[in-house]
Write a protein that binds this ligand. Structure first.
Ligand SMILES: *Cc1c(COP(=O)(O)O)cnc(C)c1O
Length: 529
């Protein structure tokens, strides 16, 4: 327990002596990593870190005069800085080490991006400013749009969606508008493969569509025969991720597009994994009608902690007239945002957000594109795929690749067959990785693979860093092998993490019953009485 009664070290696993694992400390600190309470628990009520002028007399405020202190913790500057630095050290960060989450693309965000995003002409402007005063920013949007259209081979792009999922919504709304305009409004079904990211069916359902699953073949791709059976006059669109969430290229993608169009439906491609093909494949050439691009995955803008992101959507000629406003046009007097639903925007389905999208993310993504150039972006894809295959090759003998035949794209997927009979689960293994200084990979996704472990190293990791990661995982896999052979130490997995500031949290409870209000720890028992 720390000074405010918060537990700071793990319970011993059943039957084990915790001291075998972690010697308790007297202060809750671990080495030079400080224990830290919440800011409200720091006992700093009676002081303030700043000199404020006396409030003016306010006799005429009547009932509005405050009767009790406002209750803000008062930290001096060094205390405030230390508080947040200590908290930051309890978290993992891409600037600290590899972040192998599959389906997330946690890549290094070059500092140059940040420098550009902080230029006053981008960071100190307001979306309601007259357009004549922000021509540079609008031109950047136009150039970003040009790059996105060129890289994807698509004629139009909507920049305003603020995340991948928001982009999916944008794409499906454009598809719905197109069907309605063409007298096809009766189409109420969206097909998505079993391995789809959860946002795909969620978006379709949110748009009022019924979601029907497409089966998957044994080698992790869309089952064409099943797709053909499920297509028909009732289908509005298919949503297929390519490269897919098993880390594999849908090699029948052209045929998928052909079948879909023959049935009168549109092909929505989830482009979250565009970093694996950028500069090498143009989705427009594959028959895609709409695809979101997660700028925060493919083009390096940071997205830890839930945002901000940006999910521009490229659209085919068939869907372009329905794109949401605003978009940028170049006129003889300068760049202009088309915002009114008239003229070329007469069929626009509406807006995705109040203003124009995530300006800071646009700047970062554009800076990343310019600093790599066309050849550099192609190399991004090649290195991302090479790194993932290196992981797959170096771990494939100890862990079980879900699709052992052939190379993978940008992420290596393992199942839990290699853990069978050891009592160690995917979760236990992931938690033991934390003790070794590594953030776990994505677990239990995609759902089609039992006990899935999805590892995406990204192109920004060097061979040295990949080797460090591989060495740690091989050592842990060796510890699993010992258990399999009748010896070994299951508790090192079952009780992990031993060295993290907090142990296994009840994530389900946290999501279902979030405690959003702070209550003093000491007062908790009283409140329960
Ligand atoms: C990340 C991801 C999404 C959702 O993107 P957000 O920006 O998180 O909303 C959708 N599909 C796939 C395959 C993804 O990896």
């Amino acid at each position: 327990m720390n000074t405010v009664g918060r537990p700071t070290r793990p319970e011993a696993p059943q039957g084990a002596d915790i001291n075998d694992y972690v010697h308790p400390t007297l202060t809750g600190a671990r080495g030079l990593l400080q224990d830290e309470a919440l800011i409200f628990e720091l006992n700093a009520w009676d002081k303030t870190g700043v000199d404020l002028p006396d409030a003016p007399a306010a006799d005429d405020l009547g009932d509005l005069v405050r009767k009790a202190p406002i209750g803000l913790p008062g930290l001096s500057e060094p205390e405030a800085v230390r508080h947040y630095v200590r908290l930051s050290q309890k978290n993992h960060a891409i600037d600290l080490a590899l972040y192998p989450l599959g389906s997330c693309t946690m890549k290094h965000n070059p500092r140059l991006n940040e420098k550009m995003a902080r230029l006053p002409g981008f960071s100190d402007i307001h979306p309601l400013q007259p357009q004549s005063t922000v021509q540079g920013a609008i031109e950047l949007m136009d150039r970003l749009a040009h790059w996105l259209k060129t890289l994807t081979g698509m004629p139009a792009v909507a920049l305003s969606p603020k995340a991948g999922a928001h982009g999916e919504l944008c794409g499906l709304l454009a598809i719905r508008a197109a069907h309605e305009a063409n007298g096809q409004g009766h189409r109420k079904t969206v097909l998505a493969p079993t391995s789809a990211h959860g946002t795909n069916p969620a978006t379709a359902a949110f748009c009022g569509y019924t979601v029907v699953e497409i089966a998957q073949t044994d080698d992790g791709r869309v089952d064409l025969a099943d797709l053909e059976v499920k297509l028909g006059d009732h289908v509005a669109a298919i949503m297929v991720t390519n490269p897919n969430t098993c880390g594999l290229f849908e090699r029948d993608v052209v045929e998928i597009a052909r079948l879909t169009h023959a049935a009168g439906a549109y092909f929505y491609c989830d482009g979250a994994n565009f970093n694996a093909i950028v500069g090498r494949v143009r989705p427009g050439d594959l028959g895609v009608d709409a695809m979101h691009i997660n700028l925060h995955k493919t083009f390096s803008t940071p997205h830890g902690g839930g945002g901000p992101g940006a999910g521009p959507v490229v659209l085919s000629a068939a869907l372009a007239p329905f794109a949401p406003t605003p978009w940028v046009v170049s006129r003889e007097f300068g760049f202009q945002l088309v915002e009114e639903a008239q003229g070329p925007a007469a069929q626009a389905f509406g807006r995705m957000s109040a203003f124009h999208g995530q300006m800071g993310m646009f700047v970062r993504a554009y800076a990343y594109m310019l600093s790599h150039g066309a050849d550099g972006l192609r190399q991004v894809a090649e290195d991302a795929v090479l790194n993932a295959n290196y992981i797959k090759a170096r771990l494939g003998d100890l862990m079980s690749p879900a699709f052992p035949n052939g190379p993978c794209m940008h992420e290596a997927l393992f199942d839990d067959a290699w853990l069978e009979g050891t009592g160690v689960t995917t979760l236990d293994f992931a938690k033991a990785m934390i003790d070794e200084g590594f953030h776990p990979m994505t677990m239990y996704f995609p759902l089609v693979v039992h006990g899935a472990m999805l590892i995406e190293p990204t192109e920004t990791e060097s061979k040295q860093e990949l080797d460090r990661f591989v060495t740690a995982l091989r050592a842990l896999a060796g510890a699993v092998a010992k258990i399999k052979n009748g010896g070994g130490d299951v508790d090192r997995f079952k009780g992990a993490p031993y060295h993290a500031p907090l142990k296994r949290l009840d994530e389900t409870q946290a999501a279902r019953k979030p405690r959003l209000r702070w209550k003093p720890v000491a007062a908790a028992p009283l409140a329960a009485e």
